[in-house]
Design a protein around this ligand. Sequence first.
Ligand code: FES
Length: 112
Amino acid sequence: MGNSVIISKSQFKESADTVTFDFFLKDEKKQGFLLWYDGKFKAYINQCRHLDVCLDWQPNNFFDEEKKFIICSTHGALYSPNTGECISGPCKGKSLIELDVLERNEDIMILF
Ligand code: FES
């Protein structure tokens, strides 16, 4: 079995909310974020598919103003929160790297 991070659902205040976490993938430190959107939890690696940079313009601030899309702070690529697919911008058609999540009572377990 691989590694995991556990985040309590109680950390999410509203829909389109996110919580970041750090983890190691093949000895490389990465940051991920768990988001709650449309009643579902999804986890992605915090890395744009255009360049190897973090997405958030301020720590843990991933959404556009209308809270409809994840937005890359560098060149404004828009990603679907539900699928991770870039729907506009220089990496259109590529997808964020998704991590598996398991819901367990009041917690979300993220697997990597
Ligand atoms: S680095 Fe994200 S859109 Fe260019």
